[in-house]
Write a protein that binds this ligand. Structure first.
Ligand SMILES: Cc1cc2nc3c(=O)[nH]c(=O)nc-3n(C[C@H](O)[C@H](O)[C@H](O)COP(=O)(O)OP(=O)(O)OC[C@H]3O[C@@H](n4cnc5c(N)ncnc54)[C@H](O)[C@@H]3O)c2cc1C
Ligand code: SF4
Length: 327
């Protein structure tokens, strides 16, 4: 496997990035840590002739308890113990991304925008050519849902569910200016495994903002994967909330790794606010989330198994959040 030639651009400010994005419209990708993008380029998966490296853009760096620069490396967040105590669920998720080596280059922005995955797509050119390619790259049909005109590749980032339950917002800069939107609004429910976000061409993720949580908030992220030291999620469940023996004061639950998008289940958790979080309530919630998710057969583990594990992982996440200390 080899990289085809590309031209590398190294802007140093967000304005310069946006100017380049406008100039190179449709012919470039942003390069953060490159841990997802470059392996895909080596497999000739939708490679572009230009790469805009974000490494030298200072505004994209740095973190505090309330702001994560898009170019902040996962290993730098992991090493910050104060941050870990403030955001326990998010720290669970960061520590579960790939391997320490990948986390030393992989960034927050790259993780939120990591490409969707499918075992008919994440393959060499030769392997894919023998099958006739697919909708997501070079072809015109889907091997997972053959009658479909959309792609079902799975969203496989660990940070998104953990950030969704913290009500994170993303700051975006692009040819049409700067804006801030809830993280949930970044992912497009009307999209698919190919067009998965609402970002316009050239939009750059600048930072993630974390609003202050309710006092005593607890959070947890639980991940199912085949090899615990290495693999992408086959399922990721995040919970965050504040509750005591009397009643729930706030509650969020999000699931990733099973569909084309990570998603939150506010219509199931909002009615629990003001009521006691009994084992029966957690069981009902787990059963309903499990009933709603729709994995397809495009990752290593069979979809029925992944769906059944959703319920198990929701229960586990709550059990551990109950025991863990409040963030
Ligand atoms: C062996 C291996 C195992 C892995 N396991 C996991 C895992 O378990 N969980 C997981 O979540 N990920 C996993 N990954 C994927 C990847 O390493 C991580 O998601 C990582 O955080 C991606 O960050 P990056 O900076 O390297 O992104 P890049 O590869 O540089 O970029 C990823 C995508 O995001 C876009 N992008 C990056 N930054 C911006 C920005 N600021 N604005 C707009 N677009 C941007 C790029 O153009 C590209 O499309 C794994 C990768 C490997 C190689
Ligand atoms: S879900 Fe279908 S279209 Fe999408 S990557 Fe897999 S085979 Fe290709």
């Amino acid at each position: 496997m080899h990289l085809d030639p590309f031209e590398l651009h190294r802007p140093t400010t967000v304005d310069e990035v946006v100017r380049l994005a406008t100039e190179l419209a449709g012919r470039f990708d942003y390069l953060a840590g490159g841990t997802d993008l470059l392996p895909n380029y080596k497999m000739h998966l939708n490679a572009k002739p230009h790469l805009v490296a974000l490494e030298d853009v200072r505004e994209l760096r740095g973190h505090s308890d309330s702001r994560l620069g898009a170019m902040e490396r996962l290993a730098d967040l992991e090493a910050d113990r104060t941050f870990g105590r403030t955001h326990p669920g998010l720290t669970d998720a960061i520590g579960e991304v790939a391997t320490p080596l990948v986390r030393s280059s992989g960034t927050v922005g790259g993780n939120l925008l990591v490409d969707t995955r499918c075992f008919f797509f994440n393959q060499s050119y030769f392997w894919r050519s023998s099958l006739g390619f697919c909708l997501k790259a070079d072809g015109d049909r889907c091997h997972v849902v053959p009658q479909a005109e959309r792609c079902y590749a799975t969203f496989s980032g660990d940070l998104a569910p953990a950030l969704l339950v913290l009500d994170a917002e993303v700051e975006v800069a692009g040819p049409s200016g700067r804006r801030r939107l809830p993280l949930g609004a970044l992912y497009d429910p009307g999209g698919d495994g190919i067009r998965r976000t609402r970002l316009a061409p050239g939009d750059l993720l600048v930072a993630v903002h974390l609003p202050p949580g309710p006092p005593g908030r607890r959070a947890r992220y639980k991940k199912l994967r085949v090899r615990p030291s290495y693999d992408f999620p086959e399922l990721g469940v995040a919970v965050a909330g504040a509750w005591d023996s009397e009643r729930v004061r706030s509650l969020r639950l999000a699931v990733g790794g099973v569909e084309t998008l990570p998603r939150r289940f506010d219509d199931l958790t909002d009615p629990l606010v003001g009521t006691p979080l009994t084992p029966e309530a957690v069981n009902r919630l787990a059963d309903e989330v499990q009933r709603r998710v729709r994995p397809v057969h495009n990752t290593f583990l069979p979809p029925d198994y992944r769906r059944r594990m959703v319920g198990v992982y929701v229960r586990r996440a709550f059990a551990e959040a109950r025991e863990g200390s409040a963030g």
